[in-house]
Write a protein that binds this ligand. Structure first.
Ligand code: ATP
Ligand code: MG
Length: 378
């Protein structure tokens, strides 16, 4: 890390297995796992504004990492970003000559023009306390979960998603223009075709992914809750249940026709995968409305661990599992269970603010202490 959040300059090696990071509040634990996730997904889970990642007072910042699988080099990734303009003005430090754009991504030493080239090269899955929003938040949070996870599984999905968003934007713009009689149904047709075709594939991928995650998450949640609760997931969409992408495309087209009056009136596309939902139930009741705080936390953790297990299964190689500050809320038995799952991955990074007894007793490979943006191995 270089000028990344609270870190000025930190270099270190992480062995395979469970790596534990212990440090007080505000010492840099979340920033560390964030730096790894930025390499895996090119984006921060905490902010949409990359410049916020740059250490206060610095003109630029970077996270770089070399990833290995079974000891073989897998990928070397570097993400450099420019800091806020006012920081650049106030500082004498020049930008590195290569950083001519707000963000520069390198894969194996070559600059990447598209995130498609990087996402999925070195996959990682993060669970943090913010993931409670997966259960408590609106459908958008759960669509984001699906998008991030499936994009890392297959680059084609991310490509489809970008195309879908483009078609949706164009289509909505035309619907608005049609209200003012500045465009016709004929202008709309090509965008409808793209939306339908790509949307059908996205929907197929989502439904399959949810089925796979459900299988893992149900088992995990049962174990974590001492077999007393049953977690279930359901894909809710106008395209749900379609047999293949062709049938889904036909369903989508039909739904658009059915809602045409409404979309013409409102000037936006009112049906489609951009309105999809993943319903999460505990013991048959919607977890968002009815689950207790503890049940919601267990459900979110089960979902994230399941995502990582599905990724491991489908890709045949293990994602890096990042568990940020998730053990202190659990009783010792549940915490031990989470650690046992973490040990199934080739590498896991686990942070904690307290020095939990359970962590001390765990089968970890390395133990680090973090203080004020410094990381020391014990
Ligand atoms: N761009 C930045 N530049 C410098 N410092 C930052 C930046 N962004 C956040 N910080 C600070 O970095 C420190 C570490 O934050 P971080 O979220 O990593 O802490 P943490 O160890 O996860 O704490 P907690 O246990 O409370 O979750 C905080 O003091 C935070 O205010
Ligand atoms: Mg934190």
């Amino acid at each position: 890390m270089r000028n990344f959040r609270c870190y000025q300059q930190v270099d270190f090696d992480l062995p395979p297995g469970v790596n534990v990071f212990v440090g007080p509040n505000a010492s840099g634990k979340t920033s560390l796992v964030e730096a790894v996730l930025v390499l895996a997904t090119t984006k921060s889970p905490r902010t949409h504004h990359d410049r916020e990642l740059v250490r206060w007072g610095a003109t630029w910042g970077a996270s770089s990492g070399e990833f290995y699988c079974d000891g073989d080099a897998l990928a070397s990734i570097s993400v450099m970003v420019q800091g806020p303009a006012e920081q650049a003005q106030a500082s004498d430090a020049a930008l590195p000559s290569v950083l001519t754009t707000p963000k520069r991504i390198e894969l194996n030493g070559s600059v990447c023009d598209s995130v498609l080239d990087v996402v999925g090269q070195a996959p990682a899955v993060l669970f943090s306390p913010d993931d409670l929003q997966l259960i408590k938040g609106g459908p958008k949070v759960r669509r984001r979960f699906l998008n991030t996870a499936i994009s890392q599984l297959m680059p084609r999905y991310l490509d489809d998603l970008l195309r879908y968003r483009q078609a949706l934007r164009q289509r909505n713009e035309l619907l608005k223009q049609m209200q003012a009689a500045q465009a016709t149904g004929q202008d709309l047709a090509p965008w409808t075709s793209q939306l339908v075709q790509v949307g059908a594939r996205i929907s197929t991928d989502r439904e399959q992914f949810i089925a796979a995650v459900k299988q893992q998450a149900t088992g995990l949640h049962a174990t974590l809750s001492g077999q007393s609760e049953r977690l279930s997931l359901r894909y809710e969409s106008v395209l749900a249940g379609g047999e293949d992408p062709e049938q889904r495309a036909a369903m989508f087209r039909e739904a658009l026709e059915r809602h045409h009056e409404q979309e013409a009136h409102r000037g936006v596309t009112v049906v489609g995968p951009h309105r999809d939902e993943m319903v999460i139930e505990v013991d048959g009741y919607d977890a968002r409305q009815f689950a207790s705080q503890g049940q919601q936390r267990t459900a979110a953790l089960s979902l994230k661990l399941a995502e990582a297990l599905v990724m491991q299964q489908r890709r045949g190689e293990s994602p890096v599992l990042l568990l940020d500050d998730c053990l202190s809320e659990l009783d010792p038995q549940r915490a031990r269970h989470v650690l046992a799952v973490a040990e199934q991955f080739e590498q896991a990074l686990i942070t904690s603010a307290g020095i939990d007894q359970v962590l001390r007793e765990s089968d970890h490979s390395a133990w680090f202490e973090i203080a004020d943006g410094h990381i020391g191995q014990q």
